[in-house]
Design a protein around this ligand. Sequence first.
Ligand code: SF4
Ligand code: SF4
Length: 277
Amino acid sequence: MVSLYQAHKKIYPRSVSGLFSRWRWILVFATQIIFYGLPWLEWGQRQAVLFDLGARRFYIFNLVLYPQDFIYLTGILVISAYSLFLFTAVAGRLWCGYACPQTVYTEIFLWLEEKAEGSRAMRMRRDAGPWTLEKFGRKALKQFMWITLALWTGFTFVGYFTPIHLLATEFMTWNLGSWEIFWTFFYAFATWGNAGFMREQVCKYMCPYARFQSAMFDKDTLIVTYDKERGEPRGARSKKADPAKLNLGACGDCSLCVHVCPTGIDIRNGLQYECIG
Ligand code: SF4
Ligand code: SF4
């Protein structure tokens, strides 16, 4: 059968370390401590942050918002949108690289994958090889960690709408409402699917933000890019060789920059909408 779509090639991003990767992890920790921790925080006699849809009240620490206060929500959304445009114009895709849930959860899921299945080279080798008991064990361990985290994420999400202590008791006695069951498992499924399997495809094919980001860039925007003047003409050479004598630029064509890219693009081809760095 003739397929109208490009065949999906699985991407095995190589792990990286360095200043910006450390910053990404700091942001991952900060956002996740807030997300997982906030619903457990008590404020007086109630949960500090609770969006009680049934009672039509949003509790945010001392603030209690009613339906007529939705103008504030509109204000927050407008400010957030303009901030996103401003930060993108000044410093590129900061949101994509450091704070977007798709990036944050993919980063955590990739870390778990590496713990269970090893480095990029080991994962590629194992995936290309036959099924063995070891391969099955490692994949099962990875799925166990992914599913546990995804379920915890779904539970936490619902904990923003149903008091989380009550939700925990309901879970333990399996006395949940149908909406609570639906949203916990739906959110868990979406987390597992998006961060475990779809990954860069969400950015490439689903996210509208990726499509118009270049409209916010100008010549002064800070972006991660390849210096053509310095790198070209690219070509392999021995470490001791003088590139100038070989008529080569600084790029040794080692493909490391392609291996570390979470969306699998080649940064040397210039600015691309898939670049979430
Ligand atoms: S392209 Fe979209 S989904 Fe991907 S990291 Fe950026 S905002 Fe998130
Ligand atoms: S990482 Fe390797 S392939 Fe990429 S620009 Fe640097 S030298 Fe060239």
